[in-house]
Ligand binder design. Structure first.
Ligand SMILES: [Zn+2]
Ligand SMILES: [Zn+2]
Length: 352
């Protein structure tokens, strides 16, 4: 089978021909249909950021994917009843494998496991024709979720998890960063009944995508100021909630500056390193700042599926974030697009 792999330590990847994997105890084998590229994959490709410390070559990348179960391993409840798995079932996959033994795991807070292992980061992932994963990481998708949408559930779950941290209904929400997850947050906030959603970015293509996904204003802050936009929208005392999706230090300071007193700000964008924060304002304005990582296993998956299943406009908004689709053989173009900073979501089509 084809597999897009890191074969040596250092920059680059190779599209290899390797044997199909066999599911071990408690695992299932999946025929991958679509897989999404994300920032983590670009770092692994470039071999920068935390990549050298996390991945041991040779290993297949890919943690955002959707496919069909082709084989059920020993020890897995097989069948057609609810919560059973069967061959031919369409599934997305939670990319974090947790230990089940640490305090958080035992308390049901599996997304806070202290020994998390990442599919496509610490073991073979979904940039391949087939992948083997623990059955407990599989998320069965309803028929309304096609493989392309199914491949978006990892970043969509990040967005849902971020939005879970703040009240949305009737609120004015400010999102900093119009990458794929930031745009998903825009769509989710509108779906959840936010009053106004304003998103900021420096990149025109991404702002256009955010507008298509439902942003009331998609703002390049070098062209127009937030106070001007707020005056237009009748936001008198600041935004009620903030979502930092860029990882840029300026994103958080923009939120601290323009959120109202007592606002909650959720942070998912990963900064490159430490940066100064005006803590005096956080304290005197009594802001709540919450770090968000991954998805709640599996409550976030339920929320994401329930919202997507029942709302065609939300499905359309989420799908509109996909800007590029490539065959696996075009993986170099796919990575160039993902690294460009102007793309929405880049998808590898493993059925091509
Ligand atoms: Zn990712
Ligand atoms: Zn654990």
């Amino acid at each position: 089978m084809r597999a897009l792999r890191k074969t040596t330590s250092g920059p680059g990847l190779d599209l290899c021909e390797i044997p199909e994997p066999t599911p071990g105890f408690g695992e299932v084998k999946i025929r991958v249909q679509r897989a999404g590229l994300c920032g983590t994959d670009v770092h692994l490709f470039n071999w920068d950021g935390g990549a050298p410390g996390s991945l041991t070559p040779p290993q297949t990348l890919g943690h955002e994917f959707c496919g069909e179960i082709t084989q059920i391993g020993p020890g897995v409840a097989e069948g057609f009843a609810r919560d059973e798995l069967h061959v031919g079932q369409r599934v997305s996959v939670e990319g974090h494998i947790v230990c089940g033994r640490c305090r958080n795991c035992r308390a049901g807070r599996r997304h806070m496991c202290i020994r998390t292992i990442g599919i496509g980061v610490n073991r073979d992932g979904g940039f391949a024709d087939y992948v083997v994963v623990p059955a407990g990481n599989v998320w069965a998708q309803p028929s309304s979720i096609d493989p392309e949408l199914g491949a978006l559930f990892d970043p969509l779950g990040n967005a849902v998890h971020s939005c879970q941290q703040i009240e949305m209904t009737g609120q004015d929400v400010l999102v900093t960063g119009a990458g794929p997850i930031g745009i998903m947050c825009v769509a989710l906030a509108k779906h959840a009944g936010a009053r106004h959603v304003v998103v900021t970015d420096l990149q025109a293509d991404r702002l256009a995508l955010a507008e298509r996904a439902g942003a009331d204003v998609a703002l390049n802050i070098t062209e127009r100021t937030l106070p001007e936009v707020m005056a237009d929208l009748g936001i008198r005392e600041g935004f009620d909630a903030g979502l930092e999706m860029s990882g840029a230090p300026g994103g958080l300071s923009t939120l601290i500056e323009h959120c109202t007193h007592g606002a909650t700000i959720a942070l998912l964008g990963l900064p490159k390193g430490a940066f100064p924060v005006d803590w005096g304002k956080v304290i005197t304005r009594m802001l709540t700042i919450k770090g968000v990582y991954g998805r709640e296993m599996f409550d976030t998956w339920y929320l994401a599926t329930y919202m997507m299943e029942t709302s065609e406009p939300l499905r359309d908004s989420v799908r509109s974030i996909i800007t590029h689709r490539f065959a696996p053989e075009q993986w170099q173009e796919a990575f160039a697009a993902a690294a460009s900073g102007t793309a929405g979501k880049v998808i590898l089509d493993w059925e091509a």
